[in-house]
Design a protein around this ligand. Structure first.
Ligand code: NAP
Ligand code: F7E
Length: 326
């Protein structure tokens, strides 16, 4: 039985990955932070909480990571933990950097010392590109030009992962994943904010949805498809970095339109209010990923379409809020 250690197991991708690895017969260890109230709603969604070995730890705390890695003795480590919200990264730039940049070095050191043969996955991001592109698209060779403290911290995580591969002969991979969503997405991200907001409007418990920049475009995929790519990267004989994306992008406007349509609401524009509070100090206007390398070498491709993803998110939020229905 293979053993996997997942940091960020209580997050969106952590829950999908844990479910996926358990189905594959892995023994799954999850790093969790000490919190004043439990945060297992995503693992409960899959009913898998009792099948995971939880280890207390924090990417800010070296000793706890050393202990977690030496206890789990993993074959594979998936470093998904992060301060992952771009908007917050301007307000908490130092914390974001401590967790997303130095945190990667801390866990890499723990792996190097306590499980040197383990394969390591780092959750890198399309945010590292900023507005940089080649012919309107981004792939593994596109220059990086991060435009937020989040993206800059992730750039460090990306390069330290590569550096440990080149310096210490460790099996480390960096997955450059474009936006991926699901009904388990955090409520502050625009897709879930929209699906939740649409459900509230449909049930008569809200009358408007306040958003920022409706013109920005993202290459949105489904988290359940993307965690499979993480696993595939670690099943290769040689460690490499891969872009994971759908190759199709949509604007925030498109997402709104599809979401209101899923709920059967006409004239959606009357419900959307532009609020300056959600406009970012620096924006990424356009992301569109080319995942040809992953499709060829990993045999990976996304299964869920944009329309299916939006519909799934809206229907789940309609169900979740149905008891509030007026
Ligand atoms: P998420 O839902 O925000 O989950 C983040 C996880 O990190 C949570 O489990 C959180 O724990 C944990 N965490 C935060 N700070 C920590 C710390 N100091 N020590 C230990 N754990 C900590 O994020 P996600 O969407 O699943 O994304 C997973 C990873 O992929 C992140 O690294 C993100 O930056 C990256 N990424 C995401 C996307 C995307 O579109 N989703 C795209 C590219 C890259 P709590 O539950 O205790 O808060
Ligand atoms: O914003 C615009 C916003 O916060 C998407 C993270 O998982 O993916 C995610 O980062 C777009 C931006 O995601 C609102 O300005 C408009 O252009 O959902 P988001 P993100 O910033 O793309 C990358 C790949 C990651 O790595 C990150 O961890 O939507 N937008 N109005 C809004 N965004 C939010 N959050 N709220 C709004 O009201």
């Amino acid at each position: 039985m293979k053993r996997a250690l997942i940091t960020g197991i209580t997050g969106q991708d952590g829950a999908y990955l844990a479910q996926f690895l358990l189905e594959k017969g892995y023994e799954v260890f999850g790093l969790i932070r000490r919190t004043s109230s439990p945060n297992f709603w995503r693992l409960d969604y899959f009913g898998i909480k009792d099948r995971i070995h939880f280890l207390e730890g924090d990417l800010l705390d070296t000793e706890s990571l050393n202990l977690a890695v030496s206890t789990a003795q993993p074959d594979e480590v998936y470093n998904l933990a992060a301060q992952s919200f771009v908007g917050t990264s301007w307000k908490q730039a130092v914390l974001t950097t401590e967790v997303n940049a130095l945190g990667v070095t801390r866990i890499l050191n723990a792996v190097k010392h306590f499980a040197p043969k383990a394969k390591f996955y780092q959750a890198s991001t399309s945010e590292m590109y900023g507005n940089s592109h080649l012919n309107g698209k981004q792939d593994e060779n596109t220059p990086l030009h991060p435009r937020s403290p989040y993206a800059i911290s992730k750039l460090y995580g990306h390069w330290i992962t590569i550096n440990y591969r080149e310096s210490f002969d460790m099996f480390t991979c960096s997955g450059i994943l474009f936006n991926h969503e699901s009904p388990l997405r955090g409520i502050e991200f625009v897709t879930r904010k929209i699906s939740d907001g649409v459900a509230r409007i449909k049930h008569g418990i809200a009358s408007e949805l306040r958003l920022g920049n409706l013109d920005s475009k993202r290459d949105w995929g489904f988290s359940g498809d993307y965690v499979q790519a993480m696993w595939l990267m670690l099943q290769q004989n040689q460690p490499e970095d891969f872009v994971i994306s759908t190759g199709i992008n949509h604007s925030v406007t498109d997402f709104c339109e599809a979401a209101f349509q899923s709920a059967g609401i006409q004239n959606w524009k009357q419900y959307v209010v532009i609020d300056q509070a959600f406009i970012r100090p620096a924006e990424l206007n356009f992301l569109l990923g080319m995942s040809n390398k992953a499709r060829e070498k990993l045999g990976w491709q996304p299964k869920k379409t944009f329309e299916q993803l939006v519909d799934m998110m809206v229907k789940t939020d309609l169900d979740r809020l149905s008891h509030y229905k007026k």
